[in-house]
Design a protein around this ligand. Sequence first.
Ligand SMILES: [Mg+2]
Length: 268
Amino acid sequence: MLMFSLIGISSSCNQQEVKKDNETTKNPSGYSTGAVLWQQHSAEYEAMCYQAYNIGERRLDELVDTSKFYEKPLAVVMDIDETVLDNSSYNATLIKNALKYSKKTWLEWTAMQSADLVPGALEFIQYARSKNVEVVFISNRMEAELDDTYQNIIDLGVDTISKSNFYLKSSTSSKDERRAKVSDKYDVILLFGDNLGDFNGVFDDTTVIERKKHVKNFRPLFGDKLIILPNPMYGEWEGALYNHDFSTSSDFKDSLRMNALNIFSIED
Ligand SMILES: [Mg+2]
């Protein structure tokens, strides 16, 4: 099924397109092998996604009275990648081809419209729609990816959502502005995401320590208004380890990861 042009590993792929990381002999995505295997093969990953969406359905039951008139229509806001769509095949392809993430390969991947569904997402969306709750997507996929993203989602059975409900990225990665626009139109009752920036801008571009401090402050909202999905493969958690600078060499990022490991002393 995968027609990704970078997938033929060495035999059929165009070597000019395979931009290997010159700064290291190591596979620049190799460190994420465990994370990708976990997302693709652990039943625990699926159980966590079901857990998140089960909580979402329960919250809809608690929050939505279908006989009541609401001044503003109700909506749930959902991120797309690793919240509704599972892109682990893209990350697996990077590992197998010893590539690091690039916009070019990412756009090739999204143009294929081949991402799978995150377990439980479709059923949750259908449940929300059955209660007349609008589903709005706020994603940092680029606006240019809208048609392919929309088609990918429609093909997976999410066929009750208008294209105008997709708020993709134009210039800024922070989702605050788009969340404010959606809140002008709707009463947002739940937010779903795999990255804390999907919930609030205080999490944007901040340190590991600050992120954890904010999470503590937000604690009552998790499982209440904010529903988080697992994503071990990438996210702001990783950016925070690199001071949000992905432009440095793979070797340097590797050293930052190694230095970040909390260890205990082994005595002889
Ligand atoms: Mg995401």
